[in-house]
Design a protein around this ligand. Structure first.
Ligand SMILES: C[S@@+](CC[C@H](N)C(=O)[O-])C[C@H]1O[C@@H](n2cnc3c(N)ncnc32)[C@H](O)[C@@H]1O
Ligand code: SF4
Length: 380
């Protein structure tokens, strides 16, 4: 049974964007006036408090969509209500911002409201790349937004997309050098993925390639790892690199199996109620979500109890993504059994896993083959 001191992360999904990027399959909608969404989010948070009971907030993350379309007053209302509802002691409070919407007054307003971290969707500094990716900012705006973010927030993270068709190692080095020169403390690097139903998927179907092939992508990823390691970044998760003490507490909650509530259209949550772990999903569309909150007090659309085996599997899949790995005791307590000893030793022998006392971690080679490694462990 979770106690008051047990950490709870809060995810707020703001689904609107100024325009929809051709590669994106997140739960997003073209921006429109919507006065009902914020009140619904605030009410939904109150409902969540009834479910979780008293807990200590470890992080609040405004994701999207484009939460930098929210006004500082809206962001402040969310933070204030979370602080009223749960115990609140210096949590990480982060917001995802698009460079196109950069605005010193708003960003200073976010900082005054309590934001400790800005996560900037830079993607690249190259104008042709940004155009190709369908972004609404150019390299000059990217640089100005990064400098402004570093000026205002104690911790700044940048998202970089690599692996777009035509990208060379030199272009990637150039993007990384500019991010490093600015003094960014955290970098998330995502390999361009062609998601079903996106404009990029349709282009690929017409034979127009949007992403590099797997070999080129592996070379680009190795290049990112080498450059960021040399620059003193900790490669603490497959796609994430941080200067010491700048890891994303919120994302770590997902990977470490800490409880999080998901509020806003389509948001996912994982919350331990009693001694059962619940997987929740909020109503998908902004209209459906606000209607559900108005009619029932809650935005939750589905709530499924995970079995011990499901919970253990999720803990393993998420935990092997991070450098600290998983606790074998916790895995056994959740699943009711140990991992297969022979398969475990074989994977350690192959140099894909490492065991230190109770912790099991993926090596850097293991991280490259993580799907195959976890499949071998779980099917043994
Ligand atoms: C939820 S998005 C929101 C960030 C913000 N709206 C933006 O676009 O700048 C978080 C990040 O996921 C990454 N991303 C989204 N779709 C992707 C895809 N198909 N392939 C690779 N990275 C992707 C981008 O780097 C993006 O910044
Ligand atoms: S990548 Fe960001 S800005 Fe583009 S559609 Fe997705 S959430 Fe919106």
């Amino acid at each position: 049974m979770p106690q008051i001191n047990d950490p709870l992360a809060v995810y707020i999904h703001w689904p609107y964007c100024a325009r929809i990027c051709p590669y994106c399959d997140f739960n997003v909608y073209k921006r429109k006036a919507d006065d009902a969404l914020l009140p619904a989010i605030l009410s939904d948070l109150k409902h969540w408090r009834e479910l979780t009971g008293p807990r200590t907030i470890s992080s609040i993350h405004f994701g999207g969509g484009t939460p930098s379309l929210m006004t500082p007053a809206q962001v402040s209302q969310v933070i204030d209500i979370v602080a009223e509802l749960w115990t609140f002691y210096a949590p990480e409070i982060a917001l995802e911002a698009n460079p196109h919407e950069m605005n010193a007054e708003d960003w200073r307003g976010y900082r005054a409201a309590g934001l400790t971290r800005l996560s900037l969707g830079l993607q690249s500094f190259h104008d042709p790349a940004l155009k190709f990716l369908g972004r609404d900012h150019d390299g000059t705006t990217a640089q100005a937004a990064l400098d402004m973010a570093l000026d205002i927030f104690p911790s700044v993270s940048t998202d970089l997309i690599f692996g777009w068709a035509g990208q060379t190692l030199d272009m990637l080095s150039d993007d990384l050098t500019r991010i490093l020169d600015a003094g960014t403390q955290h970098i998330s690097t995502y390999q361009l993925t062609i998601e079903d139903g996106t404009a990029f998927a349709k282009a690929e179907d017409r034979g127009q390639s949007r992403a590099v092939d797997a070999d080129q992508s592996a070379d680009l990823y190795d290049h990112v790892c080498a450059i960021l390691k040399a620059a003193g970044f900790e490669h603490y998760e497959v796609s994430n690199f941080a200067k010491p003490s700048h890891r994303s507490k919120h994302n770590l909650a997902y990977w470490q199996g800490i409880d999080y509530v998901g509020v806003g259209p389509g948001a996912h949550g994982r919350v331990t109620l009693g001694n059962k772990r619940q997987a929740t999903i909020a109503h998908l569309t902004p209209g459906g979500y606000t209607r559900a909150v108005t009619e029932t007090g809650s935005g939750i659309d589905s709530c499924d109890t995970l079995t011990g085996a499901d919970w253990a599997t999720e803990y393993l899949l998420m935990g092997l993504r991070i450098d600290e790995g998983i606790s074998l005791t916790r895995y056994r307590n959740l699943s009711g059994k140990d991992l297969d000893r022979d398969e475990l030793n074989a994977l350690i022998g192959d140099g894909l896993l490492r065991r230190v006392d109770d912790r099991l971690c993926a090596t850097s080679n293991g991280r490259l083959l993580l799907n195959a490694v976890t499949e071998r462990l779980l099917l043994a």
